[in-house]
Design a protein around this ligand. Structure first.
Ligand code: C2O
Ligand code: CU
Ligand code: CU
Length: 507
């Protein structure tokens, strides 16, 4: 064997190695490219609206001798034909999918008998409701399979579009995605007299928006590659109706938009770019209507809009690309490039005239930040808020009943998040250095944060104090919440200290 052939062999081997690596790199980048291209979904402009929009029924209730309004909610398994001939297993309240719309009036005492007919423990949380911590339905109020839980409280907040959904720690995404969600509407003297459309199911429509993917007959909750935000579905539905249309017979139509998706952010607008009036946010009416063409709504957020219809026309509520300044990778893999036809409105050939929109709506009900006694900072990161994941037996801090605080929330992560606080409606004082845009100018309980965003919130907890039972604050991208992007606080009397969470169920 000549000694000259060894370097030659080595050179040949190196050449082979280099080409192998080049081929592998090309294959990997080809895959990534393919995954990137494949990641965007769109139904905008190519939807045939085949199904009449379902409107969740108003929940029946009865008023007991002491004046308490009693509702019953049954959590159960079921099935639903979202598509003809395909029977999909689902979960729902009092039915197969989603739940009835609860409706109560400010000042009323309400009681809800929640029966868990599911094969596993869950909870029901009243998102946006001001109520005692023990009635909140968070992860400390688990309802075992077969058990009943009966919270009661007095409605004491302005008219609003709230909602309810399960909140079992670690399982919230799964339980909501299977179909457990419903609206909870609050009325007050103002909302019952003001000139806004308010004929439920006629000119005042609940619009519960979810995204969904079907695999065969079943709903598929798998997270696709690089989707750090969680589950993103291929198509949308409203109130459990795919490709929905609704015939309307009034000039002004109020849409109560609820983003009940687990991770997807929508940017609502109409296909003909018409403007609409924003009249309410999470916790109630704005001080006056704002004219908009686009309205972003992240998971858990609500907005009430009023759109003007002309006789005989059709218009489509759409979701457009997200304009939040995300880098192109994050934009694509968090669903920011996706567009959807959400709901088609079909106006009758003659429309009932609606009174013009009032120029003033509701006086401000949230604290304005004056007299704030405490400033708290919240750093958002997938690994936890302020660096630690949620622990059921750790209360992160105590707030004093009745004191106004300033909460500064910063997204230090590379992906979008949002921030939800239980029990309150807060005011957004600033987004970065700027005054809040119209869609953040009303009462809020959930706010979206793109990477690097900072918001300043004025919050006040009016009690009652309960040092042992925490409320939650968390990212409402439900998979993030399940992973532990959540913390707990208690409300205490002046000078009081946090106690210990009652030893209960949960993880
Ligand atoms: Cu809508 Cu703590 O949740
Ligand atoms: Cu909540
Ligand atoms: Cu998050």
């Amino acid at each position: 064997m000549s000694s000259a052939s060894r370097p030659r062999r080595l050179r040949r081997f190196l050449l082979f190695l280099v080409s192998l690596i080049a081929v592998l790199l090309a294959a990997v980048s080809g895959c990534v490219g393919w995954v990137y291209v494949d990641a965007a979904v769109s139904t905008a402009g190519r939807t045939e609206f085949r199904n009449e929009l379902a409107v969740p029924p108003l929940a029946e209730s009865r008023v007991e001798p002491d004046g308490t309004r009693l509702f019953e909610l049954d959590m159960r398994t079921g099935s639903k034909e979202f598509r003809p001939g395909k029977v999909t297993p689902t979960w729902g309240f009092n039915g197969d999918y989603l739940g009835p719309t609860l409706r109560a009036r400010r000042g009323e005492q309400v009681e809800v008998r929640v029966r868990n007919g599911l094969p596993e423990a869950s909870t029901v949380h009243w998102h946006g409701m001001h109520l005692p911590a023990a009635m909140d339905g968070g992860p400390h109020q688990m309802v075992e399979a077969g058990a009943t839980w009966t919270p009661e409280w007095t409605v004491d907040q302005p008219a609003a579009t709230l909602w309810y959904h399960p909140h079992p720690h670690g399982e919230t995404e799964d339980h909501v995605r299977r179909g457990l969600a419903g609206m909870f509407l609050l009325d007050d003297e103002l909302s019952e007299t003001i000139a806004l459309p308010r004929n439920y199911g006629v000119d005042d429509l609940p619009v519960i928006v979810q995204d969904v993917t079907f695999r065969g007959a079943a709903m598929d909750g798998a997270h696709s590659m690089f989707r750090d935000v969680g589950f993103l579905g291929e198509q949308t539905m409203v109130n459990g109706t795919l490709t929905p249309y609704r015939e309307v017979g009034d000039e002004l139509i109020r849409l109560r938009l609820l983003n009940a998706s687990t991770a997807r952010v929508y940017t609502f607008g109409f296909d003909d770019a018409r403007d609409f009036a924003l009249v309410g946010t999470d916790g109630g009416l704005l001080d006056r209507p704002a004219t908009l063409r686009q309205l972003p709504l992240s998971p858990g957020e609500r907005a009430e809009i009023v759109v003007r219809m002309r006789p005989g026309e059709r218009t489509v509520l759409r979701s457009n690309k997200l304009a939040a300044g995300l880098d192109f990778w994050t934009q694509r893999f968090s669903g920011g490039d996706d567009t959807f036809d959400i709901l088609q409105l079909r106006a009758a050939t003659t429309l009932r005239p609606s009174p013009g929109l009032p120029t003033a709506l509701a006086p401000a009900s949230t604290p304005d930040g004056a007299g704030s006694v405490t400033e708290r900072r919240f750093e958002l990161d997938l690994s936890g808020i302020n660096g630690t994941p949620m622990a059921m037996d750790r209360i992160d801090f105590a707030v004093t009943r009745g004191a106004t605080e300033t909460w500064i929330v910063h997204n230090r992560d590379g992906m979008p998040h949002n921030f939800h606080i239980h029990d309150v409606q807060f005011r957004v004082l600033a987004v970065g250095e700027s005054a809040p845009p119209p869609h953040l100018s009303g009462p809020k309980d959930t706010v979206f944060l793109a990477p690097d965003d900072t918001v300043r919130l004025a919050v006040r907890f009016d009690g009652p104090a309960d040092p042992d039972t925490p409320y939650m604050y968390h990212c409402h991208l439900l998979w993030h919440e399940d992973l532990g992007m959540m913390g707990q606080f208690v409300v205490v009397e002046p000078g009081g200290a946090a106690g210990r969470p009652a030893h209960g169920h949960g993880h």
